[in-house]
Design a protein around this ligand. Structure first.
Ligand code: GSH
Length: 217
């Protein structure tokens, strides 16, 4: 498939959050530039980068005069602007939009921010945030509880979460499952079956190789 040229530059590789951005760009066959700065390498703290993104975080994109942080906002922006370029879910009734938001909010707030990132902060990054094995343990248990709570919804999902086509919600959930697997958090088999289907997509494989080829999370 021929790639469409864009002016997009992406900052960041090597984490499940940066994976989201590389994946949607591959999914939509978009050409883009990468500045492969990595988490906790000091590269997010330079004066030059801080001027671009005062949050000192990755991922971050620049598209011409426009720039954007936050992985979910970046996914929505790229899907909105370039979605016609690929084969992602475009049929968005109000109910589908809401269901997509519901999955995205669940992935971002329950799985990513309050569990997986907490595990990262108090395990891999314990020198910065404090060594807290009890917090890590409790976050793992919370992850399992939350994953189980969404099991009926996942079981009822039509192939992908929202339709028979990949949606931004699938990118959010799949990258959280990928991240949980890095941490060896036990997952119900329905999640693993779902992950294995999604991970078969060439765009996922290409993005994975590219994103983690620079460094492992
Ligand atoms: N809510 C943000 C989180 C971004 C974030 O925390 N990124 C981490 C790496 S995954 C980061 O850049 N940390 C600072 C650093 O590593 O220098 C998003 O979803 O994009």
């Amino acid at each position: 498939v021929a790639q469409s040229k864009t002016e997009i530059s992406v900052w960041g590789v090597g984490t499940p959050r940066t994976m989201r951005v590389h994946w949607i760009l591959q999914e939509l066959n978009l050409s883009y530039q990468t500045n492969p700065i990595q988490s906790r390498s000091g590269e997010t703290q330079t004066a030059e980068y801080t001027q671009l993104n005062p949050k000192q975080k990755i991922p971050f994109i620049v598209d011409g005069a426009f720039s954007l942080s936050e992985s979910l906002a970046i996914l929505r922006y790229i899907d909105q602007k370039f979605g016609q370029n690929g084969d992602m879910n475009r049929a968005h009734t109000d109910a589908m939009k809401a269901a997509s938001d519901e999955w995205c909010a669940f992935a971002l707030s329950e799985l990513d921010a309050t569990t997986l990132y907490v595990i990262r902060r108090h395990k891999d990054l314990k020198d910065i945030y404090g060594d807290a094995p009890n917090v890590v343990q409790s976050a793992q248990e919370y992850f399992e509880r939350m994953a189980n709570s969404a099991l009926p919804a996942l079981e009822a999902a039509p192939h992908y979460l929202i339709s028979d086509k990949l949606d931004v919600a699938d990118i959010m959930l799949t990258t959280c499952i990928e991240w949980a697997q890095f941490y060896e958090v036990p997952l119900p088999s329905t999640y693993l079956d779902y992950y294995n289907i999604v991970a078969e997509r060439p765009s996922y494989k290409n993005a994975f190789e590219y994103n983690y080829g620079f460094a492992s999370q």
